[in-house]
Design a protein around this ligand. Structure first.
Ligand SMILES: NC(=O)c1ccc[n+]([C@@H]2O[C@H](COP(=O)([O-])OP(=O)(O)OC[C@H]3O[C@@H](n4cnc5c(N)ncnc54)[C@H](OP(=O)(O)O)[C@@H]3O)[C@@H](O)[C@H]2O)c1
Length: 353
């Protein structure tokens, strides 16, 4: 691999999987980072990346990655940032080992998302939660650090909720998801289970959506994260869509608002000012459509290179107050691109190096 001057070397853990491949694709021409190391499980270690990885993306595998030898997922190589696309079971021991050894870990796994000392970040929503890193270093005794990105469905739900919660306060959320097959990783769910079908169970998903949303909408107080006080009921379903998770949301508000006001709050949603420009930050993060039959995964998931969440069908709810449909690209904004944006935030704020 090239070693470009003035770029930060980064590693991808779990580089052969569905999210790992997205990292490799997105980091190919990143202005600040270059991929120096790719890791995976014992199954892949020692093989060329092109032999170990069944590439599932439509673009070609980057030439710079194809010839790289896959390394074990353990500290011992040069990298300023380590992107983790490991299953939670593997991440549980591997991610802290990297943080302890001095690496900055940006994780997509669920293993530490709800750890009170680990920031769960969407930079437009809660960049101030990064302050937990200071306590993490002293209380966990790590030379490096660990920040996490939310579950992909949580991202699609929490982003439109943020401006509505800020403007009117949210008391209750009823959420029903329709989640793409790429969310299950590779090889994922068997064709004979998902073709012509809907599977009304995704292990652990409803709990993630219910708990992580509260952390993301929570506030920092006295150096601690205080979760938002919202009651959330989630039902998660796997549907035969390749990429793009859809979430139908019904909300009860603290302060009653009419539909145009709610739409306006989302259209005017601006990223929390962080003072620096980040290369992966989209010009706006929410697109609210008036079209009666949108959002749709196939038509809306690529908006803003997959970084913009599309919201539509904002209308009164006869049970709660307002309902809407949100759609997020699960392996881009909901996974690899979201973690890269977190790494850019850490870099801009001086946490790397
Ligand atoms: N897919 C999504 O839309 C999405 C969205 C948000 C978050 N996530 C999270 O991101 C993570 C990765 O998801 P994925 O969908 O990419 O999964 P995946 O396709 O199953 O890929 C898993 C990767 O981890 C490696 N791996 C597995 N066990 C390992 C071990 N014990 N030690 C080291 N490496 C190991 C695999 O390597 P081998 O190829 O060598 O087995 C592979 O590279 C998960 O935590 C998932 O929950 C996924």
């Amino acid at each position: 691999m090239n070693h470009p001057i003035n770029k930060i070397p980064v590693a991808v853990l779990g580089a052969t999987g569905a999210v790992g491949q997205r990292f490799v694709q997105l980091l190919e021409n990143h202005p600040w980072f270059y991929v120096s190391t790719l890791t995976a499980s014992d199954r892949s270690t020692g093989k060329k990346y092109s032999d170990a990885c069944r590439w599932i993306l439509s673009d070609e595998m980057p030439m710079s990655a194809a010839e790289v030898t896959v390394q074990p997922s353990a500290p011992g190589f040069e990298a300023g940032i380590v992107f983790s696309a490991l299953p939670a079971s593997a991440a549980k021991d591997i991610e802290p080992a990297f943080a302890k050894a001095g690496y900055a870990v940006c994780s997509n796994s669920s293993a530490y998302r709800l750890d009170p000392l680990v920031p769960l970040l969407i930079p437009e929503m809660n960049p101030d939660h990064i302050a937990l890193v200071e306590r993490q270093k002293t209380e966990k005794g790590w030379k490096g650090l660990l920040v996490t990105s939310p579950n992909c469905t949580t991202t699609g739900a929490a982003m439109p909720l943020k401006p509505v919660h800020e403007a009117f306060g949210i008391k209750k959320v009823f959420a029903v998801s329709m989640q793409a097959v790429s969310g299950a990783g590779y090889p994922g769910i068997p064709f004979l289970d998902i073709h012509d079908n809907v599977v009304p169970y995704i292990k652990g998903e409803e709990e993630k959506l219910e708990k992580e949303t509260l952390a993301l909408l929570g506030k920092m107080a006295g150096g601690k994260r205080e979760d938002a006080q919202i009651t959330i009921s989630a039902q998660c379903n796997r549907v035969p869509v390749f990429d793009g998770h859809t979430v139908c949301l019904s909300l009860e508000l603290d302060r009653k608002a009419d539909i145009p006001e709610i739409i306006q709050s989302m259209r005017e949603f601006k990223a929390v000012q962080i003072g620096e420009e980040l290369p992966s930050m989209p010009p706006f993060s929410l697109h609210v459509t008036d079209k009666p039959d949108r959002p749709q995964p196939r038509r809306d998931r690529e908006r803003g290179q997959g970084m913009i969440v599309t919201v539509g069908r904002v209308r009164p709810c006869p049970i709660l107050d307002v309902r809407m449909v949100s759609m997020v690209h699960n392996t881009l904004r909901g996974a690899a691109s979201g973690a890269i944006l977190n790494a850019e935030l850490l870099t801009a704020k001086g946490f790397i190096g």
